[in-house]
Design a protein around this ligand. Structure first.
Ligand SMILES: Cc1ncc(COP(=O)(O)O)c(C=O)c1O
Ligand SMILES: N[C@@H](CCOP(=O)(O)O)C(=O)O
Length: 459
């Protein structure tokens, strides 16, 4: 399987090279040259199988790995999850279901991909005898999942930038309390978009990139998206696919998770509606509604992991909607950088609207949704999942609707307690999180400063 860049000017790479490369050298994101399709009978055969087996069957066609090697890594990746089903589906209402993606080690959906990436990187580096430097941007969950997956690994230095003061205390402590010296939490004075822009800047500085062996663990990295395709298959087949179509609503920020759903659909999974749910950082909803993709500043919300305006993976969706025209994407991304936005062409907008619905949820609606669902069903949702559930309720139809529950409510105890009056407890294995000492390096929003700090630490 070959991967090509959304900006059309970087060399095509195989799966392992694309994974280790992260951001393409022309600044684009890697996507599969073609999307493999599963037959109706192959999808039918997934129903009722263990998550690990579904993962192997869904991911293997995208890789160059043999069944045994990939299968072993998948089994190791999910062994530490706190639920036998890994991604259980629960009924929330008449035709509304929750896909619980928070049973991994750091209590967010990021663990599904990050645990596997940890295995994939280890495997590749052992064979290649290389050292790597991971630099990641996080609004809270990617960072904790990455630090958990890479802490203590030989040959890996891992630097995670998060927006200072804009992640929950649990998220921060998950990043700052591990004592392994190869992981570094950097509190950047800025917002998530600044953190992500710094990561992209470092990748586009080819001399720095080559000197430190830079690697990405954000959903810039195709392997992240691929691992997230799997749970669309496990959930849909549990609810009757491929005999009947299933819809999904996805709390969305950087667009990796919902794009994984789009890939599942292109692979042949009968997805009826795929709905983007945003908080008041609603650039994606505004784009779908008006055709104008334009930043208007990052607003802090009670669903902080989705406080994003420059939604990295939207570039992948645009590439597909513009019929894989790398030159068109280069122009749009330059307009986004220089002018803060661009109009989407009529043809591309129509293609996007055929694939995605969307909705936006205010702060008051998010809190009210947590409260109402708690009172009505006894389920406690995190604020991100509540954004999803609220939008899903507006898009209910004849097919079962699945809302992705992307994080455990105990990661956001203040918002949940304010809404329900009850403070959600962390699982017992994390009970001492608030007693552990923290290691934080504050950094200015200055890429040159951060690059020197990284070089100093790895030398
Ligand atoms: C809890 C939670 N929900 C939803 C999202 C949005 O996911 P994505 O960035 O893949 O759109 C994130 C962050 O990415 C998150 O951490
Ligand atoms: N919400 C994310 C933001 C980064 O997203 P990613 O999927 O590109 O890593 C976070 O929690 O960090």
């Amino acid at each position: 399987m070959q991967y090509v860049s959304t900006r059309g000017q970087a060399p095509a790479l195989d799966f392992e090279q694309a994974m280790l490369t992260g951001l393409a050298r022309d600044g684009g994101l890697y996507v599969p040259a073609e999307i493999p399709r599963l037959k109706h009978s192959d999808i039918l055969d997934l129903a009722g199988r263990p998550y690990e087996e579904i993962a192997l069957r869904v991911m293997q066609p995208f890789t160059d790995f043999g069944e045994e090697r990939l299968g072993d890594m998948i089994v190791k990746s999910y062994a530490g999850f706190g639920h036998d089903a890994r991604a259980p589906v629960k009924q929330l209402g008449a035709n509304h279901f929750l896909l619980e993606l928070f049973h991994g080690p750091t209590l967010a959906f990021k663990d599904f991909a990050m645990q596997l990436i940890g295995q994939l990187f280890q495997d590749a580096m052992t064979r290649r005898g290389e050292r790597i430097t991971i630099v990641g941007a996080t609004s809270g969950d990617t960072g904790s999942a990455a630090i958990e997956a890479f802490k203590g690994l030989d040959g890996v230095e891992c630097f995670i930038m998060y927006p200072h003061g804009r992640v929950s205390e649990v998220q921060r402590r998950q990043m700052t309390t591990p004592s392994e010296v190869n992981v570094h939490a950097l509190a950047l004075h800025g917002d998530f978009d600044d953190c992500q822009a710094a990561v992209k800047h470092m990748f586009n500085d080819h001399a720095f990139r080559d000197r430190v062996g830079l690697t990405a663990v954000n959903s810039i990295n195709w392997a992240r998206v691929l691992a997230q395709v799997v749970y669309y298959f496990s959930a849909a087949t549990a609810l009757g696919a491929p005999h009947r179509p299933v819809s999904f609503t996805v709390p969305t920020g950087n667009f990796g998770d919902v794009f994984a759903g789009w890939i599942a659909k292109r692979m042949g999974l009968p997805i009826d509606r795929l709905v983007i749910a945003t908080n008041s950082n609603d650039i994606l909803h505004r784009t779908m509604a008006t055709g104008e993709h334009r930043k208007n500043g990052v607003h802090p919300t009670i669903s902080p992991s989705m406080d994003i305006q420059v939604s990295s993976n939207f570039e992948r969706a645009l590439f597909m909607a513009y019929d894989r025209d790398g030159a068109a994407i280069r122009t749009l991304m330059e307009e986004l950088r220089a002018e803060g936005g661009f109009p989407v062409s009529q043809g591309a907008l129509q293609a996007l609207r055929e694939d995605f619905g969307s909705g936006r949820v205010s702060e008051e609606e998010t809190a009210a949704t947590i409260r109402d669902i708690h009172a009505r069903t006894g389920e406690t949702l995190c604020p991100h999942s509540a954004v999803g559930a609220k939008v899903a309720e507006a898009h209910l139809g004849t097919s079962p609707m699945v809302t992705l529950a992307t994080a455990h409510p105990a990661k956001f105890p203040d918002a949940v307690e304010a809404a329900t009056g009850e403070r959600p407890a962390l699982p017992p294995r994390m009970a001492d999180l608030f007693d552990r000492s923290e290691r934080i390096t504050e950094v200015p929003n200055d890429v040159a400063h951060i690059q020197s700090l990284i070089e100093e630490r790895i030398s």
